[in-house]
Design a protein around this ligand. Structure first.
Ligand SMILES: [Fe+2]
Ligand SMILES: [Fe+2]
Length: 189
């Protein structure tokens, strides 16, 4: 009778991975994912805005990026920990975008391929490609932030803006980590 029961529908793995990823050095610990909110269609935030970032075959969508990082991790031993750590954070980004697109009434099962993904022939080239992808991702998230901020405020716009702020903070940290690797490892240029 003293047991505190889990609410139906609570995703413990979601909570666990959020906590895990938030506490890794590959995610910005100072900026948190927004708590659950009532996100719904009809508030001006369109699911289509997120398709390019979610899994479009453009070389820098979250899905392409996960594939890029784990491939680079396998190709270049010296990048292993860095690329794998970042890839885990990108998986959480993909997960949060999937939930958002679903809540906004969008389509999650569009086809994709990894034809546009580039890997690099040396570790330094791989890192430069990764930085370029992160910059493109941030530019896209900033573009959607501006569109969302111009809408009448609602739970949906507030959640979207906070999520975008978290994604941007993580991508900025990735650039810092990748640049740090480059500057500390000139011998591999
Ligand atoms: Fe990401
Ligand atoms: Fe990133």
């Amino acid at each position: 009778m003293f047991a505190l029961m889990r609410e139906k529908g609570t995703n413990l793995i979601d909570d666990l991975t959020s906590g895990l990823v938030n506490n890794m050095r590959f995610s910005d610990r100072n900026v948190l994912y927004p708590p659950e909110a009532e996100v719904k269609p009809g508030k001006g935030v369109l699911p289509e805005w997120f398709y390019a970032s979610f899994k479009e075959p453009n070389g820098h969508s979250e899905l392409d990026t996960i594939h890029m990082y784990i491939t680079q991790e396998a190709m270049f031993e010296e990048l292993g920990e860095l690329m794998m750590g970042i890839a885990l954070v990108e998986m959480k980004h993909l997960d949060k975008l999937a939930d958002l697109i679903k809540d906004l009434g969008g389509e999650l099962t569009r086809s994709n391929n990894t034809d546009k993904v580039k890997y690099g022939d040396t570790p330094a080239e791989a890192v430069r490609i990764a930085i370029d992808g992160e910059l493109k991702t941030i530019a896209e998230y900033e573009r959607i932030t501006a569109l969302t901020a111009a809408l009448p405020p609602s739970d949906t716009t507030r959640y979207t803006l906070s999520l975008l702020a978290k994604l941007i903070a993580d991508e900025q940290l990735h650039i810092t980590l990748l640049k740090g690797w480059l500057s500390g490892d000139q011998s591999k240029l």
